[in-house]
Write a protein that binds this ligand. Structure first.
Ligand code: GLN
Ligand code: ZN
Length: 771
């Protein structure tokens, strides 16, 4: 008999109840007890959904008021000493770690990732959970970090589930992954040295779960899918021997990435079961079935926990059957990873195209897929005949649909020439032509695209969407905003202007809505961090651009000024990375389709007289595979797609790209291979250190290193920016430098934006005098 379970379930709620309750609590409108009640209610409903789908266990420990890694910081008693907590209640301490405490100067309380701010108690740093768009709070470690079983929250949740009559499987983030995901806050200190102090606390947690009558504990060690240093790999065996002593049965869970060189290790650890991701690493299933001893449970992650497609039951069964035959022990089936990464349920999608809807499965529907697959696998297909038939029909329809597969798009890709991803001439030649054309001063000033999205702008966009404002009225309002932005930039003395992006609510959604092959859900929210959710577009079919998307706004902006107006687009990799992507063709093919659609827009902008065009690619690094073995392939495809989007124009047209804060040093050759004439990057918070790599690498094209941090309302002084640019000029030839902020200004207000840009223009003037 096959068993079914899930590694985790979306905690945010069917209607984002958790988000709204959290925000009320933070505004002081509901107290901690009411928030706890909302949490308890959500857990109860989510367990019931698991029970209704016939899962053999409900999963307890995946719920969190902000982030499950932060829960572990409290469970394991390692709240950083810098918070200096005294008698505050646990939940208050939790939110302080997650959000920081605002200081007198009005620094934003939730200034996430604001390294370097000096007053107030700043929040824990946040970073991406593996290659997902979920962000976790980073544990901080020093030589004085101590651990101790410090919270009963998990045990209370177990008791709650038991009281509701559920059979519980508890889930913990494993000790090695927990340490790995944290960060040293002390020079020369290695967090690995904390392992021996940490393990006894895990033993206590496990013993307590056992005492509560929990039979199975799922211990997540997703780092087994990474390229690990030997010391970390070697520590698994002894760690798990130690944990096994006092523990209930342990199910070691791995996901997101092939086990590769860790496969045998994972199979041989002293645990009672192993979960593997058969969606991300289908080729490893046979190896796992071979290596895993028969007395262990094999849990196969067969339903895609990272994407929203309905499973093709025949494909799934074809993958499962040989494993079922080979593995002599117990077989479990599950989603590939926690369902945290998919929206709650299709139930709320009343407006979605019904055919496309029939191709999708969100978290609730995925639980049901497990029920159907199990029945089929156990030879009881007859009991789920209707469900199987419907799923088969949907899979066949999707495979053959002309809405998905378009001959014109396929033909265009097939006809791609080797030269289509190359500009007419090399950078040196283009630079000469562009200099002659634009006659910009040395150290030209520009901004990254967006200007403040005022309440009035948002209200106008919302009214237009609701149909309360007609197209003409909307155009007038947006044009007025564009005119305002142009006038302000001219007054400030900026050299290359932007239209300000007033008409865009989101840099991906704006394009997705105008491209063929995309649909949008009404309620497809996925937690990004804390109370923040995103609603990614769904790319269901071949992508093409039916008509220009930005030309009218940009041409209007250019008509208002004699200065160069920079067109503003989102690049193919970023559009792909921030969407749910089709799984019936390689991601690289979908990226290339988007690249051609963006290229059409670039060419049309050029035709409309726009001489400078920026193609934003902030997500390029996010797409890197978790294992280095996959990097080369990904980067080749990604840079090629960028170049396809950028190479339809003449040498005299200047292509910019922009990337936000990220580690560039190990991908500099590929960034150079994108061959943008100008790249703007976020550097101010690294005090220009980030630019050093570009200098050492002798990055050939022009660069605009950000000179002011747009995440805070603070207005940087001219002197600060002069100092940063002097640092920049010491590592990169000044003739190749631009002066600009770190990123777009949409989250800022106009007063601080104008003051900061005035200082920035002044800084450029000072520096020009020094050249
Ligand atoms: N052009 C975009 C803006 O200015 C870029 C945003 C980003 O890099 N994330 O808002
Ligand atoms: Zn940015």
């Amino acid at each position: 008999m096959t068993r079914t379970h899930t590694l985790g379930f979306p905690r945010i709620g069917a209607h984002r109840e958790l988000k709204f309750a959290l925000e009320k609590h933070w505004r002081g409108e509901i107290d901690a007890a009411s928030l706890e009640a909302v949490g308890a209610d959500l857990r109860a409903r989510h367990w019931q959904a698991q029970r209704d789908a016939g899962l053999d266990f409900v999963t307890v420990g995946d719920f969190a008021f902000y982030d499950h890694v932060a829960n572990h910081i409290q469970l394991l008693g390692c709240e950083p000493a810098r918070f200096d907590f005294a008698a505050e209640p646990e939940l208050a301490r939790y939110f302080t770690m997650a959000r920081g405490v605002a200081d007198e100067a009005g620094q934003e309380g939730c200034a996430h990732g604001d390294h370097g701010h000096s007053h107030g108690t700043y929040a824990l740093e946040m970073t991406k959970w593996f290659d997902t768009n979920y962000h976790y709070l980073v544990p901080e470690f020093t030589a004085s970090t101590r651990f101790g079983l410090n919270s009963v929250r998990l045990f209370n949740e177990v008791a709650q589930a038991q009281k509701l009559g559920h059979k519980v499987k508890a889930v913990l983030l494993g000790p090695l992954s927990f340490l790995w995901l944290g960060k040293e806050k002390q020079a020369g200190f290695d967090r690995f040295s904390l392992l021996d102090a940490l393990l006894p606390v895990y033993e206590q947690v496990l013993a307590r779960l056992k005492a509560l009558g929990v039979e199975w504990v799922q211990v997540d060690e997703p780092i087994l899918g990474l390229d690990l240093p030997d010391a970390w790999r070697n520590a698994f065996e002894r760690s798990y021997w130690q944990l096994a002593r006092s523990a209930p049965k342990l199910l070691l869970a791995t996901y997101f990435s092939p086990l590769a060189d860790n496969l045998r290790l994972a199979c041989q650890l002293p645990v009672a079961g192993l979960h593997v991701d058969a969606v991300r690493a289908p080729d490893e299933l046979t190896g796992v079935a071979d290596w895993l001893p028969a007395h262990k449970v094999l849990s196969v992650g067969i339903v895609d926990g990272r994407n929203i497609w309905r499973a093709d039951p025949d494909a799934a069964l074809q993958r499962l059957q040989p494993v079922a035959d080979k593995h002599k022990g117990e077989l479990w089936i599950a989603p590939s990873c926690s369902l945290l990464h998919v929206p709650f349920s299709l139930g709320a999608e009343t407006k979605l195209d019904t055919e496309i809807k029939s191709w999708l499965a969100f978290a609730v529907e995925k639980l049901d897929e497990l029920r159907v697959l199990r029945a089929a696998l156990d030879g009881d297909g007859a009991s789920v005949e209707t469900e199987l038939a419907a799923a088969r029909k949907a899979a066949a329809a999707r495979r053959g649909s002309p809405r998905v597969h378009r001959a014109d798009v396929a033909l265009r890709l097939a006809r791609t020439l080797a030269s289509d991803d190359r500009r007419v001439s090399g950078f040196a030649q283009r630079q000469v032509e562009q200099r002659a054309r634009f006659a910009l001063p040395p150290l030209p000033t520009t901004t990254i695209g967006s200007f403040p999205q005022t309440a009035a702008i948002r209200a106008a966009r919302a009214a237009f969407r609701r149909g309360e404002l007609d197209a003409g009225g909307y155009r007038e309002k947006m044009q007025a905003e564009i005119a305002l932005a142009v006038r302000k930039q001219e007054e400030l003395g900026i050299d290359v202007l932007v239209h300000g992006e007033a008409e865009r609510n989101d840099m991906v959604e704006y394009f997705g809505e105008q491209l063929d092959g995309f649909v949008f859900t009404a309620n497809g929210w996925v937690q990004s961090y804390g109370s923040r959710c995103v609603k990614p577009p769904v790319i269901f079919g071949d992508v093409a651009r039916p008509k220009p998307m930005t030309v009218e706004w940009t041409a209007y902006a250019q008509s208002l000024t004699r200065l160069p107006m920079k067109g503003m687009l989102t690049g193919p990799i970023t559009i792909l990375q921030w969407s749910f992507v089709r799984d019936d063709q390689p991601r690289s093919v979908t990226t290339e389709q988007i690249a051609w659609a963006i290229r059409d827009e670039v060419v049309d902008l050029e035709k409309a007289g726009i001489g400078i065009i920026q193609i934003d690619e902030p997500a390029i690094r996010e797409g890197l595979p978790l294992r280095r073995a996959g990097w080369k392939n990904y980067l080749e495809g990604a840079t090629r797609s960028f170049r396809i989007s950028a190479s339809g124009v003449a040498d005299r047209t200047q292509i910019h790209t922009h990337m936000c804060y990220s580690e560039f040093n190990d991908i500099l050759p590929e960034i150079a291979a994108m061959d943008a004439d100008v790249i703007t990057i976020e550097t101010s918070r690294s005090d220009m250190e980030l630019l050093r790599g570009f200098g050492d690498f002798k990055y050939p094209n022009e660069i605009g290193p950000g000179v002011y941090d747009i995440h805070s309302p603070r207005v940087p002084t001219t002197e600060e920016m002069v100092r940063l640019m002097r640092k920049a000029a010491a590592v990169v030839p000044p003739v190749n430098l631009w002066v600009n902020p770190d990123c777009g200004l949409k989250t800022r207000g106009w007063p601080e934006t104008e003051a900061a840009l005035a200082n920035m223009v002044e800084a450029a003037r000072v520096l020009r005098g020094e050249l």
